[in-house]
Design a protein around this ligand. Structure first.
Ligand code: SF4
Length: 380
């Protein structure tokens, strides 16, 4: 029986935040049509996977918390007509504080949502204003408290590197998140994405962001403070108390099968020796008019691509990568060991008991570290 994770991309937000380049629209009047398309896509794709058991479902976006709960309920019912849901399945919903009333939280808990990932970003009014978020600092705190009471398994997202942010301001955000009692924190460094409002403000000199060095310092602060409070740094951006890691995200990083529904969603299916990656087109119009033909990309991974992916994804995790995997794919083992030794001397990795783990400092350059270790492949 295939172990499966499911992701639903809900591509609606009330407004687009200045720094965001995700695929989404602000036309909430299209929600009904989107969900009918989602039902069609779901029944089409799950018909071939009846033997699967779903271990986690992740409603992401966009802003899934703005969706009336009845839509989510109907979709979960439709899903369970095709595949079975494991008894302890994790059901996560990404939420924005402005949507989470007490009533909504009750409804979500009653539906079976047992993990909330709240897009708090900051508990500080000036930072929230600079990010153009719709919620207040007071709302963020109140909602986090309510969610902890009603759902318990709660994660908050925090962003560092906002205009005017000093290490002291960042320390306040970290301290507030820690003292709120949440068992999971995701930490992101603000990045300038192309074609966003923020990028244009920075280009015109209207906004100045802290430089890379200051951002790196803030990231290291987060690692140190969260570590001191018993959070495990289990992935580059993710910190969890024991047992509270995101099962959906961990499943993706560990290359378990997942199906992504909705425009722009990605999927990965493992079947024996075959691994298939696919992605839906980033077009809501196309999705709503022909949801059964939503995919615009499908690729069966070659042996080399699978090896590369394993290196990239494993090095993002605290569990690391076994040296034997690299040796298997490298042409000259001496070169692998030289690279490992060099990265170790630079303080970017640790190497113990045959396992390579990226260090705290190395996590700042996780992709570069992976590139340095990527296989020079054996010729078949
Ligand atoms: S709420 Fe989240 S997904 Fe929506 S625009 Fe803001 S950052 Fe992007």
């Amino acid at each position: 029986m295939t172990r499966l994770h499911c992701y639903v991309h809900v591509p609606f937000c009330r407004e687009r935040c200045s720094y965001c380049d995700f695929f989404l629209v602000t036309r909430q009047d299209l929600l009904g049509r989107f969900f009918s398309a989602l039902h069609s896509e779901t029944s089409e794709r799950l018909a071939a996977l009846r033997e699967s058991t779903v271990h986690s479902i992740h409603f992401g976006g966009g802003t899934p918390s703005l969706v009336p709960v009845v839509y989510l309920e109907n979709w979960l019912e439709a899903l369970s007509r095709h595949v079975s849901l494991s008894d302890d399945a994790e059901i996560t919903l990404e939420a924005n504080p402005e949507d989470l009333t007490n009533e909504k939280l009750y409804e979500l808990a009653a539906l079976g949502v047992n993990r909330l990932s709240i897009g708090v970003q900051s508990f500080i009014p000036e930072k929230l204003r600079a990010l153009g978020r719709l919620h207040t600092a007071e709302e963020a705190l109140r909602v986090t408290d309510m969610a902890l009471d009603l759902i318990g398994n709660v994660s908050v997202d925090l962003i560092c590197g906002v205009e005017g942010e000093s290490p002291d301001i960042w320390a306040q955000d970290l301290d507030t998140a820690i003292s709120s009692g949440v068992p999971h924190v995701s930490v992101y460094m603000l990045t300038l994405e192309k074609k966003t409002r923020l990028e244009s403000f920075v280009r015109k000199g209207l906004v100045t962001l802290p430089d890379e060095g200051a951002q790196a310092l803030m990231y290291m602060m987060a690692c140190e403070r969260l570590d001191a409070e018993g959070f495990e740094h289990y992935e580059v951006s993710n910190f969890s108390k024991p047992g509270f890691f995101s099962r959906y995200n961990l499943g993706c990083w560990q290359r378990e099968s997942y199906l992504g529904f909705g425009p722009s969603a990605h999927s990965f299916l493992v079947s024996g020796d075959h691994e298939l990656r696919s992605a839906n087109a980033s077009s809501l119009i196309r999705y709503m008019s022909s949801p059964r033909e939503a995919q615009e990309y499908r690729e069966m991974l070659s042996r080399e691509e699978r090896a590369d992916e394993k290196v990239f994804l494993s090095l993002r995790l605290s569990s690391g990568l076994e040296l034997v995997h690299l040796m298997q794919y490298h042409e000259g083992n001496d070169a692998v060991l030289e690279n490992v030794d060099r990265l170790k001397k630079q303080g970017l990795i640790e190497f113990r008991n045959g396992v390579i783990k990226v260090s705290r400092k190395g996590f700042l350059f996780a992709d570069k570290v992976a590139e340095e270790l990527l296989p020079v492949r054996m010729r078949d």
